[in-house]
Structure formats: structure tokens, C-alpha cells
Ligand binder design. Structure first.
Ligand code: ZN
Ligand code: ZN
Length: 92
């Protein structure tokens, strides 16, 4: 993924390719938050999370096996609810 190699994560997230793949992931996972689902709750997913941080695994950025439909709250928790000192490489 050249965009990531160029250290332009933002360009990746607005690229038509990512928009297409993320839309497909949401659809395939029935617009259901996979984290809430595990907790026995239903919540509509509106974003797609990379289980493998994009910067560390640029080749997996568009691999659906590593993409997860997730709601805003769970996504925030995933990225900001980490213990102090944890460095999250992914911006989204
Ligand atoms: Zn959720
Ligand atoms: Zn994420």
C-alpha cells in the first residue's frame, strides 16, 4: 500500500479503495458492532477497526480477516482506553 509507505495514513483513510472495503466489511458484519456483540448487546457499527495496526501491518490494511465492524464507543475505548504508556500506532 503505497499511501501507507509514504506515511500518509490520512490519505489511506479517504482513499476510494479503503472506503469500498470498509463499506463491504460493515455490510458483511451486518452493521453490527462486533465488540458489543461479544458482550451480548446489539449496537449498530458505523466504523471499521484494524485489528492489525495499519502502520505496523500495511499489507493487511485491506485484508478483511483483520477488519472489524465496530461502534463509535467501542472504537474510542479501543484507541483511548488503553493503559498509560501504551503507544497506539494507528490514528483511527
Ligand atoms: Zn460497540
Ligand atoms: Zn481503529
Amino acid at each position: 500500500m503505497q499511501l501507507i509507505a509514504d506515511d500518509n495514513i490520512h490519505a489511506f483513510y479517504v482513499s476510494p479503495l479503503w472506503l469500498k472495503v470498509s463499506a463491504e466489511v460493515l455490510k458483511e458484519q451486518h452493521y453490527e458492532c462486533q465488540r458489543c456483540k461479544k458482550r451480548g448487546r446489539y449496537k449498530r457499527a458505523n466504523t471499521v477497526h484494524h485489528n492489525k495496526p495499519v502502520r505496523q501491518y500495511p499489507r493487511l490494511a485491506l485484508t478483511k480477516d483483520h477488519l472489524e465492524a465496530i461502534c463509535k464507543e467501542c472504537h474510542y475505548e479501543e484507541h483511548h482506553g488503553q493503559p498509560k504508556g501504551f503507544v497506539n500506532e494507528e490514528r483511527w
